[in-house]
Design a protein around this ligand. Structure first.
Ligand code: KIV
Ligand code: ZN
Length: 522
């Protein structure tokens, strides 16, 4: 592909993205993110706004030191102090970019800057010329570009290029433009600014009308060759154009958008995760990196997918680094799709009996829970394997728990112990204590509880809980696990599972008869 079709990716997750409420990142997080971005193949990484705070300064400075391939950039207003701070923060890098900006729309010039258009022209001349003292990689942005008078914008762009700017960025600061309008702006600049070929035109779109990505791609189609964007689309208000969406749109529809980027798309999921861990979770239905982006629930879609993935998949999950297609199972999913799912999850050689048991549990779970995810399925297959792999001395028949304020917590339990059905009612210090006391009454034992842990398998209040219990007896330990949407049922089963394993462990050192006599004596 010719150089003229190469689109440079300028990431501003750590600068514009961080301006999103709740998205502030620590220095360590920024360094971790920068390493992933460097590996991802981002061309320019805007790591912060050095004059804004000592934290921003330090982040730009530290990120600049670790990048191996990407070019670090810092933001500055049209002021010498800002540009000096930028240079100070970036100077450790062998190559760096100073990104300086000033507003050019009538609204911003009058109300925000209190400057005349002529004064703004002077500021552009002074700032770009000054920045060029430190690097020949200077980018200039006309803030609120899409609400700027076109003739005036042409003047500002020509001036900035004459002063040495190598990249000219036209931000849609308030997410106001549309694809056709943006094409017109970029085309006008291309046609009317005499020195335009001496710079790369760049797009920078906010997402207030949900058009950030569409506008960015429109800008590229009109001749822009740099896209400013953020991972997960984070940014001021409704965010910035999402990097992963732009890159995957270009890759997937290369027939219509014959451009290339340097992004290793297989690392997009990893980049998304590292950003969401530092900021906030990605919505489930987010394109490319959302949990549901490659999920298919409707039976008819699942069936099509099993026959040929391309029926409902325009790009593979692997191409963005998602290991497996997440076929979300619901109550309408059949046995065939369930079996296929088990295969995908690596349960290739389990017996039909286990599949049958797990499928039964899955149907019950799907009735209680709107979506059953991979992790849910793994939890219930593991549960079925536990039951299948051992002859259980003890099993739970029923459980009723009385909990809440005021009354003491009480558990009523029925257990099958070596084929005998037994019942007990116990009061405890909380419902779990009452449950464990019942088990002790029905199967007297002398183990110590070492650990009790509850994890939600997936998100949401209807999530399954996985409970882990570790017990110890005469130096031997066993761990029991169980999953259920009812945490208390999972707790009882996890404890019973640990006991069953302990009985097996004892059996390995003592004759079976000894154990049976003990049980018969209960
Ligand atoms: O949205 C915007 O205008 C910006 C500039 C500072 C480039 O983020
Ligand atoms: Zn912005």
């Amino acid at each position: 592909m010719a150089d003229k079709d190469r689109v440079f990716i300028f990431d501003t997750t750590m600068r514009d993205g961080e301006q999103s409420p709740g998205a502030s990142m620590s220095l360590e997080e920024k360094i971790q993110i920068a390493r992933v971005f460097d590996e991802l193949g981002i061309d320019i990484i805007e790591a912060g706004f050095p004059i804004a705070s000592p934290g921003d300064f330090e982040a730009v400075s530290e990120v600049s030191k670790i990048l191996k391939n990407s070019i670090p950039a810092g933001l500055s207003r049209a002021s010498k102090k800002d540009i000096d701070a930028c240079h100070e923060a970036l100077k450790a890098a062998p190559r760096f970019r100073i990104h300086t900006f000033i507003s050019t729309s009538p609204l911003h010039m009058k109300h925000k800057l209190n400057k005349t258009p002529e004064q703004v022209l002077d500021a552009i001349k002074e700032s770009v010329t000054y920045a060029r003292n430190f690097t020949d990689d200077v980018e200039w942005s006309c803030e609120d570009g899409t609400r700027t008078d076109m003739d005036y914008m042409c003047k500002t762009v020509e001036l900035a290029i004459n002063c040495g700017a190598k990249t000219i960025n036209i931000p849609d600061t308030v997410g106001y433009t549309t694809p056709s309008e943006y094409i017109k702006i970029i085309t006008t600049l291309k046609n009317k600014v005499p020195n335009i070929d001496n710079a790369i035109l760049s797009v920078h779109c906010h997402n207030d009308l949900g058009l950030g990505v569409a506008n960015s791609l429109a800008g590229v189609s009109a001749g822009a060759r740099q896209v400013e964007c953020t991972i997960n689309g984070i940014g001021e208000r409704a965010g910035n154009a999402a990097l992963e969406e732009i890159v995957m749109a270009i890759r997937t529809r290369n027939d219509l958008m014959p451009y290339s980027t340097g992004i290793k798309t297989e690392l997009l999921s990893k980049a998304s995760k590292v950003v969401s861990n530092a900021t906030f979770p990605v919505q489930f239905n987010k394109a490319i990196v959302g949990k549901n982006a490659f999920a298919h629930e409707a039976g008819i879609h699942q069936d099509g997918m099993l026959k040929n993935r391309e029926t409902y998949e325009i790009m593979t999950p692997e191409s963005v680094g998602v290991k497996k297609t997440s076929l979300v199972m619901g109550k309408h999913s059949g046995r065939h799709a369930f079996k296929e799912k088990l295969n995908d999850l690596g349960y290739a050689d389990i017996t039909d009996d286990v599949i049958q048991t797990a499928f039964g549990k899955f149907k019950i779970l799907a009735d209680k829970k709107k979506h059953v995810y991979d992790d849910d399925i793994m939890a219930l297959v593991d549960d079925s394997l536990i039951t299948d792999n051992q002859i259980n001395a003890i099993s739970l028949k029923s459980l009723k728990v009385f909990a809440g304020t005021g009354e003491p917590q009480k558990a009523e339990m029925t257990l099958d112990v070596y084929g005998k059905v037994k019942q007990a009612t116990e009061i405890g210090d909380g419902p779990v204590d009452a449950i464990f006391k019942c088990i002790k009454v029905l199967y007297p034992h002398d183990v110590k509880l070492q650990l009790y842990q509850v994890h939600a398998v997936t998100e949401g209040t209807d999530a399954q809980a996985t409970v882990s219990v570790r017990i110890e007896e005469k130096g031997k330990t066993t761990v029991g696990q169980a999953a259920d949407t009812d945490t208390l049922v999972a707790s009882a089963n996890a404890y019973i599972n640990a006991l069953n394993k302990m009985i097996i462990k004892r059996d390995k050192t003592a004759p079976m008869e000894q154990e049976n006599q003990k049980v018969r004596g209960i």
